[in-house]
Design a protein around this ligand. Structure first.
Ligand code: KG4
Ligand code: ZN
Length: 346
């Protein structure tokens, strides 16, 4: 633990997928949050792991240098280094993690390995209006869909998760089959805004396991609908917009329904919507309306803190370090959330 009354300069590094990000925080205040997105993956319709690692490797050092410059700091003034250790693409994670560990060793400054999902979970705390515990958190990203009951910075209970595709993954796959590009979320959302969401009723699986989600059936029913009604790649624009809107409605309804159930069963002081899909306005608006009914605030990070970013990693590193965590430099990257990483409500 660092006993100091002066504010700490925290350097955060994120490289779990297709964003290289470097942030500098002064305690909880974000001084700089640089994000370099690997747009070239679009040409492949998804993230190519090997290309991702190489791009991280090229940009990491210049990005750290420009972050220090923007924050007007010398590297020796960094007090704590935090980097994403997983889950994510191993080769991509290795780049940021190894860089951070090397920096920690050479500067002789403490290092904290951060779980990327925990970074998202607490990203609402980057906003001026902070969430209050206990809080309910919906994490919706390209790789994960989790519903969590969070009692404190160290007590995180998993209520449910997706049994197949993640919410963002469903957006990306449907986007691909409708002929939009990658990433799909923003393009489906833009198309949906021009369509009528009540044209087609796409079914969403009702799972017995009350807080779990399933989106692969929804994706298949969109595919079936397209195959049945159109010749390949020959969907009129207005129909495309209606399909996008109807798909988005089905997915958002399924998410909102589970959050409603959880709010019914657990008394919480705030709701937080985080992860890349939290940028979706329909989802955000519906969860804000729902939170209003329960008379609690719904906290959604601003755009640059919804998608992958190092500010949330630095913040989580700071929180962990405050509670005494310092990791040793033997930490290895991991691709999936470790089994039983989150607590279970009995
Ligand atoms: O958290 P994130 O940046 O990366 C992961 O950790 O996965 O999330 C990326 C996901 C992608 O699947 C992308 O399509 C989705 O977030 N996304 C959206 C929107 N913006 C990004 N989904 C729906 N609506 C959006 N506006
Ligand atoms: Zn993420």
């Amino acid at each position: 633990m660092m006993a100091s009354s002066r504010k700490l300069n925290i350097l955060g590094i994120e490289s779990s997928c297709d964003e290289t990000s470097v942030a500098i925080l002064s305690d909880e205040e974000v001084k700089v949050n640089l994000i370099s997105s690997q747009h070239f993956h679009k040409a492949f319709g998804g993230v190519v792991p090997e290309l991702s690692s190489r791009a991280h490797l090229q940009i990491i050092k210049p990005l750290v240098d420009s972050a220090l410059q923007s924050a007007n700091l010398n590297v020796n003034e960094i007090d704590l280094i935090a980097a994403t250790a997983g889950p994510g693409l191993i080769g991509a994670l290795l780049v940021g993690l190894t860089f951070a560990k090397g920096l920690s060793y050479s500067l002789n400054k403490p290092f904290v390995a951060v779980n990327h999902i925990e970074g998202h979970i607490f990203s609402g705390f980057l906003m001026d209006k902070k969430p209050e515990f206990p809080m309910l958190v919906l994490v919706v990203s390209g790789g994960h869909t989790l519903l969590l009951y969070v009692e404190s910075f160290t007590e995180i209970f998993l209520l449910g998760s997706t049994v197949d595709d993640a919410a963002g993954e469903a957006f990306d796959k449907v986007s691909k089959l409708l002929g939009f590009g990658y990433p799909g979320g923003p393009q489906i959302e833009a198309s949906a805004m021009k369509g009528d969401e009540n044209t087609i009723k796409f079914p969403v699986a009702e799972l017995k396991d009350e807080y779990n989600f399933s989106f692969s059936g929804l994706k298949t029913s969109v595919l079936r609908f397209v195959q049945k009604n159109y010749d390949d790649e020959n969907i009129p624009k207005s129909d495309l917009n209606n399909i996008s809107a109807s798909f988005q409605k089905a997915l958002v309804d399924a998410l909102v329904q589970k959050v409603n159930l959880a709010l019914n069963n657990h008394k919480v002081k705030s709701l937080s919507l985080v992860g890349g899909v939290a940028a979706n306005q329909k989802l955000g608006n519906e969860l804000k309306n729902l939170a209003n009914k329960y008379k609690i605030p719904c906290i959604i990070p601003s755009m640059s803190f919804c998608g992958d970013n190092a500010a949330m990693i630095a913040l989580r590193g700071f929180q962990l370090n405050k509670s005494g965590v310092i990791d040793n430099l033997r930490v290895k990257p991991y691709s999936a959330i470790p089994e039983n990483h989150f607590l279970k409500l009995s």
